[in-house]
Design a protein around this ligand. Structure first.
Ligand code: G6P
Length: 607
C-alpha cells in the first residue's frame, strides 16, 4: 500500500526520491508525488498512474533541491487522481501519509469552520491543514506537528517538511511502519528498509508515538512526552539474493526459483541436519500446554493455515480453527485461555491480522505470530513469533513466503507433537530426514516443468477456470486459483472435489477448464472419479498428479503436469509449484503486470 520516502542529503534528492519510490512500488500504488524544498519554497510534482508518469512530469518540469518527501498512493479515500495524490500541502507545510485517519470528518469540519480550504477528498489532507492551523496560532514547526498528531485517531506514518524550516524533515508514526536510514550523503526515511539499501548504511525503526527530526547530519527522536530517545543504529543488511531480479524477467519468477533455498534455510534454522531432529530452542517453550489452536490470517497466509490445520491435527492431535482475520474479530466466538492464537503474515503489517492479534490479546489469549518481517508491527505486539526465512518478497502474488510458511507450520506441528509426547524420536527422525530432501526435490520440479507453457497457452483465452482437490489439495486449489486470478485476471474458483455435485458441477461445460490436483494417496481414487465426472460433461481437464495418476486418467484429460513421486509429507509443498508456474506463465502470455497486478497491494494496511 502507500509508500513513503524522504531525504535530506548533500546531493540533489529528486532522483533519489524517485528511485526510493521505485523500490517501494512493489507495495502497490496508483499515483505518486514529491515535494522538494528549495529556494522557491515547497515545490510539488504529482502524477496519476505508474511512476513513469511522475518521471515524465519531472523531465518536463524539473525540480531540484537537497530536501524532499515522496509518496506512492494506493487509493482509499478518494479516487486515484492527481488532486488526491500526496504530498498534501498548504503554503507552509507538506505531508506524505501512510495509514488512515479515522476521525478526519470531525477534524475536517472543524478546520473548514476556521476557514481552511481542502482541495482533495483524502483523509490525509487533514494533517497538513491541522499543522497549518497550529502554525497560524504561532506554534513552532516541532510543536505544531506534535500537537497535530496528538489529535489524530487511526494509524499514520508521516514525513513532513516545513517552508519555514527548509533543511529539516520530521517523521512520526502510530501503527504504520517507518524506518530511518543514515548514509554517506545524509539521512533518509522510508516505509521499509529495502528502499533504503541504495542510500543508507545504518538504520533504526521509529516506534509508535515517536517523532524524528532529520537534517543532513543530525537525527533526533523524541517520545510522546518530548523526552529524547537514544536509538541504536543497526547496520542495514539486505542480502544479495534479495536485490534486483537477478536475470529473471519478473520478481515473481525469481521468487519461485528461490524456494529450494528458502526450504534449505528454514530447515537449517529449525532442525539439526546432523541428527535429523528439531531444534527445540528454535520454538517457543510452552507449546505443549495448549489444548486448542486458533489460526488467523489473510490471503495466501490464510491458505497456508488451512493446509497446516491437517498437520496440527495429525501430528499434535490438536483441534484447530482457521479464520480469515477480517471475519474472526467480529465473530464473537467463545475464546478460552488454553487456546494458542497463531497469526500468519508475510508482512506482519496486514491491518486485519494486526487488529485480530490485538483483539485476541485483549481476550487474554497467548499470541504467536509466524512472520517474514521481524521488524513488523505484529512481531512487536505478539507474545512471541516464529520466522519464515523467505527473504524479501517483492512480487505481489506470494510464492516463496507461502511455501516458507508451510514448512515452518509443518515443523511447528511436529514440535508440538514431540513436546506432548505424541511423536517419538524415530518418527521425528524419519520425517525430518524426508524434509531435508525437499530443496533438491523442489529444484527438480521447478526445472522440469517442461510443458507448462503448452498448458498455460490452453488456459490463457479462458474467462473462467475451476480448481479442484481433496484434503490438503483443497487449500492448494484455493491458492492456485488465487494466483491465477491475481496476476492473469482470469476468474478462478476452487472447491473441494467432493463438493462438486453440490452445485459447482452446474458450471461445467466445454468453456470451463478444470485444474485437478490429485497427488497419490488415499484420496486419489475419489479425486479421479470427480475428474471423470467433469470430463464427461465436456470440461478440458488439466491434471496435476504423478505418472501413475496421469496414466490412470489419460482418457479423460486434455493436459497433464507430472510431479515426481515423493514422500506424502512433501506433497503440498511440491504440488504448489506447478500452480504458481501455471499462473505465472498464463499471466506472461496475457501480458499483464505480473509483479504489480492491478488494484492489488503487497501489504494491506487498511481494513
Ligand atoms: C495481500 C497480498 C497477498 C497476501 C495478503 C496477506 O493481499 O497481496 O499476497 O497473501 O495480503 O498478507 P500478509 O502479509 O499478512 O501475509
Amino acid at each position: 500500500m502507500c509508500g513513503i520516502f524522504a531525504a535530506v542529503s548533500n546531493e540533489s534528492v529528486t532522483s533519489t526520491l524517485v528511485g526510493g519510490l521505485g523500490t517501494l512500488s512493489y507495495r502497490g500504488y496508483d499515483s505518486s508525488g514529491i515535494v522538494v524544498s528549495n529556494e522557491n519554497g515547497l515545490v510539488r510534482r504529482r502524477a496519476e498512474g505508474k511512476l513513469e508518469s511522475l518521471s515524465a512530469l519531472l523531465s518536463d518540469q524539473p525540480v531540484e533541491g537537497y530536501v524532499g518527501i515522496a509518496h506512492t498512493r494506493w487509493a482509499t479515500h478518494g479516487a486515484p487522481s492527481v488532486i488526491n495524490a500526496h504530498p498534501h500541502m498548504t503554503d507552509r507545510v507538506a505531508v506524505v501519509h501512510n495509514g488512515i485517519i479515522e476521525n478526519y470528518p470531525a477534524l475536517k469540519a472543524s478546520l473548514e469552520k476556521d476557514g481552511y480550504v481542502f482541495e482533495s477528498e483524502t483523509d490525509s489532507e487533514t494533517i497538513p491543514q491541522l499543522i497549518s492551523r497550529n502554525l497560524d496560532k504561532g506554534m513552532s514547526p516541532a510543536v505544531a506537528l506534535k500537537d497535530a498528531v496528538r489529535q489524530l485517531d487511526g494509524s499514520y506514518a508521516i514525513a513532513v517538511v516545513f517552508a519555514d524550516e527548509p533543511q529539516t524533515i520530521y517523521a512520526a508514526r502510530y501503527g504504520s511502519p517507518l524506518v530511518i536510514g543514515q548514509g554517506a550523503a545524509g539521512h533518509f526515511i522510508s516505509s521499509d528498509s529495502i528502499a533504503l539499501s541504495r542510500v543508507a548504511r545504518n538504520l533504526c525503526y521509529l516506534d509508535d508515538n515517536e517523532i524524528a527530526q532529520i537534517t543532513v547530519d543530525t537525527l533526533s527522536i523524541t517520545n510522546a512526552d518530548g523526552i529524547t530517545v537514544a536509538k541504536e543504529m543497526k547496520p542495514l543488511v539486505v542480502s544479495q539474493q534479495d536485490q534486483g531480479k537477478q536475470g529473471y524477467k519478473h520478481f515473481m519468477l525469481k521468487e519461485i526459483h528461490q524456494q529450494p533455498e528458502v526450504m534449505r534455510n528454514t530447515l537449517n534454522h529449525y532442525c539439526d541436519p546432523a541428527t535429523f531432529t528439531l531444534k527445540e530452542e528454535a520454538f517457543p517453550a510452552n507449546l505443549s500446554s495448549f489444548e486448542r489452536l486458533s489460526i488467523v490470517a489473510c490471503g495466501t497466509s490464510y491458505y497456508a493455515g488451512m493446509v497446516a490445520r491437517q498437520w496440527f491435527e495429525r501430528y499434535a492431535c490438536l483441534p484447530v480453527d482457521v479464520d480469515i482475520a477480517s471475519e474472526y474479530r467480529y465473530r464473537e466466538s467463545p475464546l478460552s485461555t488454553n487456546t494458542l492464537a497463531l497469526f500468519i503474515s508475510q508482512s506482519g503489517e496486514t491491518a486485519d491480522s494486526l487488529a485480530a492479534l490485538r483483539y485476541s490479546k485483549e481476550q487474554g489469549l497467548t499470541c504467536l505470530s509466524l512472520l517474514n518481517v521481524e521488524t513488523s508491527s505484529m512481531a512487536m505486539e505478539s507474545d512471541c513469533y516464529l520466522r519464515t526465512l523467505a527473504g524479501a518478497e517483492i512480487g505481489v502474488a506470494s510464492t516463496k513466503a507461502f511455501t516458507g510458511q508451510l514448512l515452518v507450520l509443518l515443523l511447528m506441528s511436529l514440535q508440538m507433537g514431540k513436546a506432548s509426547g505424541r511423536l517419538d524420536r524415530d518418527a521425528e527422525r524419519e520425517l525430518i530426514k524426508h524434509l531435508f530432501t525437499l530443496p533438491v526435490e523442489m529444484a527438480k520440479v521447478i526445472d522440469e516443468m517442461a510443458n507448462i507453457d503448452t498448458v498455460a497457452a490452453s488456459l490463457m483465452h479462458s474467462d473462467h477456470t475451476m480448481y479442484l482437490g481433496r484434503g490438503m489439495s483443497f487449500p492448494l486449489a484455493l491458492e492456485g486459483a488465487l494466483k491465477l486470478k491475481e496476476i492473469s485476471y482470469i476468474h478462478a474458483e476452487a472447491y473441494p472435489a467432493g463438493e462438486l455435485k453440490h452445485g459447482p458441477i452446474a458450471l461445467i461445460d466445454n468453456k470451463m477448464p478444470v485444474v485437478m490436483i490429485a497427488p497419490p494417496g488415499p484420496m486419489m481414487g475419489k479425486t479421479l472419479s470427480n475428474l471423470r465426472e467433469v470430463s464427461s460433461r465436456g470440461a478440458q481437464v488439466i491434471l496435476i498428479s504423478n505418472g501413475a495418476g496421469i496414466e490412470m486418467a489419460k482418457q479423460h484429460i486434455t493436459q497433464a503436469i507430472e510431479v515426481p513421486e515423493t514422500a506424502p509429507l512433501l506433497q503440498p509443498l511440491l504440488y504448489t509449484l506447478p500452480l504458481q508456474l501455471l499462473a505465472y506463465h498464463v499471466a506472461c502470455m496475457k501480458g499483464t503486470d505480473v509483479d504489480q497486478p492491478r488494484n492489488l497491494a503487497k501489504s494491506v494496511t487498511v481494513e
